[in-house]
Design a protein around this ligand. Structure first.
Ligand code: SF4
Length: 342
């Protein structure tokens, strides 16, 4: 791998091809940090409006640290992976307490903040502070796998070390932040998952997979098990013009969000009996079923549903529902509910 040539070509390409994204307008460590947290697991186009709203609402570490978690979750609502928001909020408090609100620029201080892993630390420290840490995310691994014709599966955790090593060797120490963004941008725009556009690639003369005419063989992946299908019962309980909502535990999937009482239906259990049981477990209330509201399908990338009741619950008017952060799946039927009963 001719690292020198790759760096020069990549940099030139990035300078003229990079997308004008809002978080690229400033190198503020806080802005870079927020954007990188949002971009983990989420597409750029989805992130843009969330990022803009978040920064407008919480413009600095202090603003975020002093905000109520519920307000943070409300702004994050719909973006998914809510542990990211909870950790960011927690980490902002630590930064305010221990570092006077200044995002720390060293590995040993930044990496160990809540929610900060190797990826976030490398991205923020390189982009905002110019520190020489390579980022290794899905885009980077795919580009490296093709450039070096690496046979290790990109989705196997034991391969991480090898991809990291290849990224270390390639890193541009003069401008690591720009370099890291350039590799990720190449992966997003040119060396794409399905169909890389090798004709438009600035690295075509350095690419081993292309040279061997084996681009379609890379990156290698391990087969993942099939996504399981779960049936959940969601109980919409109405009383005196109000509806019952419960708060999910702080830790775990969708932690801290509010929802209509929800739980898995047992084997041979009807959704109706499941609803009655779930409301009893979570709010200790006895309810009877009137009618079925609707059925929806919703995909979560990972799934673990267990509410160890009793939960924190509240009766709220339909006009108040918007004040609470809800999981996306609930939003699929809230408008229908309001239309029928609001
Ligand atoms: S030449 Fe093709 S496969 Fe190789 S890095 Fe460029 S886009 Fe990816």
């Amino acid at each position: 791998m001719d690292s020198g040539k790759i760096r020069v070509r990549l940099k030139k390409w990035y300078q003229k091809s990079k997308r004008p994204l809002p978080w690229r307008e400033s190198k503020s460590p806080y802005f870079v940090w927020v954007s990188e947290v949002m971009l983990q697991q989420t597409q750029v186009n989805t992130v843009i409006p969330y990022y803009q709203r978040f920064i407008a609402r919480f413009p600095d570490v202090r603003g975020l640290a002093e905000a109520d978690l519920q307000d943070v979750l409300k702004i994050w609502e719909g973006l998914g992976y809510y542990a990211r928001a909870r950790n960011l909020h927690k980490a902002a408090k630590v930064v305010l307490e221990l570092h006077g609100g200044q995002v720390p620029g060293t590995w040993d201080k930044f990496r160990y903040l809540p929610g900060v892993g190797d990826y976030i630390a490398s991205a923020v420290l390189s982009i905002a502070f110019g520190r020489p840490y390579p980022v290794v995310d899905g885009n980077v691994k795919r580009v490296l796998a093709r450039l070096t014709a690496m046979d290790l599966p990109v989705n196997q955790s034991s391969s991480y070390r090898n991809f990291h090593q290849a990224a270390v060797e390639l890193l541009d120490h003069d401008d690591p932040g720009e370099f890291n963004q350039a590799v990720m941008e190449l992966g997003a725009l040119v060396c794409k998952p399905g169909k890389p556009d090798c004709q438009a690639c600035p690295l075509q003369s350095c690419c081993l997979a292309l040279d061997r005419n084996q681009v379609a063989m890379y990156p290698k992946t391990l087969q993942r098990p099939k996504t399981p299908l779960h049936h959940l019962a969601v109980a919409v309980i109405l009383k005196d013009g109000k509806t019952l909502i419960v708060r999910r535990p702080e830790k775990g999937l969708l932690g801290g969000l509010w929802e209509f009482p929800t739980g898995r239906t047992g084997q041979d259990e009807s959704p109706e009996s499941a609803c009655v049981r779930i409301v009893k477990e979570q709010a200790n209330l006895k309810v009877s079923i009137q009618s079925k509201l609707t059925g929806i399908r919703h995909a979560y990338t990972h799934f673990k549903m267990k509410l160890d009741g009793p939960a924190d619950y509240r009766w709220v008017g339909f006009d108040e529902l918007n004040n609470y952060p809800f999981p996306k799946a609930n939003h699929k039927f809230i408008p229908m509910l309001i239309a029928q009963h609001g």
